[in-house]
Design a protein around this ligand. Structure first.
Ligand code: NA7
Length: 440
């Protein structure tokens, strides 16, 4: 959606743009934010893309992800809170894309099966299945932008003895809601955002106990009673998990919050990004362009502090490369640039440095395009404050309010505290008449 918007914005300002077509596997756009109740395979028998769950609220302040050229004020016409639930965020990104009038460029329910590159002709041949009409199409393109994200294909580790576990074992990708864990003892494997959020969602929905098992280090929040952390699992025997510190516990269900794989089944090895989930994946010039073949680009392949506005910065840069507005240096110069940024990334020592690294990365991209520059240092400050809020109280950080760096608008304090709100719908969220008192 960022790429479509970027091209449209150039066209609106008088530029000639190439023919753009977007193939989207799902029936609607929104990617990760396009929630489905389905797990495993979708109605067409294709792997379900989105890892979204029903009760998800933004886990970072919206002021850190706001688009610089389509603000929350413009969309909602009034201040809203800093941590909207998923339907509200979908509404925002959908509103922007609708405004761009780019929907006719998207071929919904079209799954890309294969992308091949012909070195002689320097063209891509793209094989696409129209899932509704059962037609296979083969098209030729000069440039390909991979915008499928990298939080769709679960990383599923083996755990000794897990096959003997009598309860349910799922990956976070298949998690759709925590109601089913009410009264249960839940074991979450992993120590990052999925474990943290599924953990507190399950606590909110009445899980009897939640244990999170980390590999590298504890998340270290002041967990409420009924939530704790353990080191790595040594083995599972039936319903009992034993951890490497010798402690053990009995559980009713396991959720593997073990992250995702960079997996692009439509790409041959020579074009396929392989990377851990980090802030500077190898092989991508300026974090977007496949260095070995700069006619191929990836958006959003990094791990993400910044999200929507970073995707914009990337999309505008890739657009301008394609339009020839930004010069593509030769392979050596690109490699040297990548080395510099990679060295810088290697020197990142903590989360604060990681946020600053990503802010600098975005600044570097925006400086080369006409995407509106915004106060990245202030967003870094917001991120650090957000981290402090979480440290202070993991159950109340979503009740805090921040000021927009784009408009100066102060977010409102939401009518209901996150921990008390059981209706995550857009209607309920936007119901300004409801006060905290009347629903408590
Ligand atoms: P992340 O952030 O990639 O984290 C994956 C977590 O899973 C991380 O804590 C890993 O430990 C842990 N992991 C991976 N393999 C194992 C094994 N084998 N055993 C134990 N633990 C393991 O993914 P999330 O799903 O939490 O978040 C996805 C994105 O959503 C995130 O990047 C945000 O943008 C929002 P590690 O710390 O590497 O030792």
């Amino acid at each position: 959606m960022a790429a479509l918007r970027a091209f449209k914005s150039a066209e609106n300002s008088g530029a000639e743009i190439p023919d753009v077509v977007c193939f989207e596997k799902q029936d609607d756009w929104g990617g990760q934010w396009n929630f489905t109740w389905r797990t495993g395979t979708d109605g067409y028998g294709e792997p379900v893309h989105s890892s979204m769950y029903r009760n998800l609220w933004s886990n970072g302040p919206k002021e850190a992800l706001e688009f610089a050229e389509y603000t929350f004020d413009e969309h909602f016409n009034r201040p809203i809170s800093s941590y909207p639930p998923r339907e509200v965020l979908w509404d925002y990104i959908n509103g922007r894309a609708q405004q761009s009038e780019v929907k006719d460029l998207v071929r919904f329910a079209h799954v890309v099966r294969r992308v091949e590159f012909d070195d002689q002709r320097r063209k891509f041949t793209v094989t696409v299945d129209d899932l509704r009409n059962h037609v296979t199409e083969v098209r030729v393109f000069d440039q390909v932008i991979v915008s499928t994200g990298h939080f769709s294909f679960p990383n599923v580790p083996d755990i000794t003895g897990i096959e003997s576990f009598p309860g349910e074992v799922i990956h976070a990708h298949e998690f759709r809601g925590a109601e089913r864990f009410a009264g249960q003892r839940l074991l979450l494997v992993g120590g990052s955002y999925s474990a943290e959020d599924i953990g507190i969602q399950s606590h909110k929905m009445g899980a009897r106990h939640v244990t999170m098992s980390y590999r590298s280090g504890p998340q270290g929040f002041a967990w409420p009673d009924g939530v704790d952390e353990k080191p790595q699992i040594e083995r599972i025997d039936g319903s009992v998990a034993t951890f490497v510190d010798g402690s053990s516990g009995e559980f009713d269900a396991v959720v593997l919050c073990t992250g995702y794989l960079h997996h692009y089944p439509f790409l041959p090895d020579s074009l396929h990004l392989r990377s851990p989930n980090n802030l500077y994946p190898n092989d991508l010039y300026r974090g977007v362009t496949w260095n070995a073949n700069p006619q191929l680009h990836y958006l959003g392949a990094q791990d993400q502090w910044f999200t929507f506005n970073m995707f914009d910065a990337q999309a505008w840069f890739v657009r301008d490369l394609i339009l020839g507005r930004v010069e593509l240096p030769d392979a050596d110069a690109r490699a040297s640039h990548m080395r510099q940024w990679s060295d810088r990334y290697q020197a990142v020592a903590d989360d604060a440095a990681a946020v600053r690294f990503q802010a600098d990365y975005i600044r570097d991209l925006i400086e080369q395009t006409d995407y509106p520059m915004f106060d990245l240092d202030e967003v870094v400050r917001i991120f650090l404050e957000w981290k402090a809020d979480k440290k202070q109280n993991i159950l109340t950080y979503r009740d805090q309010a921040y000021r927009s760096v784009m408009t100066g608008t102060m977010a409102v304090v939401h009518h209901t505290r996150w921990i008390d709100e059981l209706d995550d719908s857009r209607e309920r969220y936007l119901d300004a008449q409801t006060t905290a008192d009347s629903v408590s």
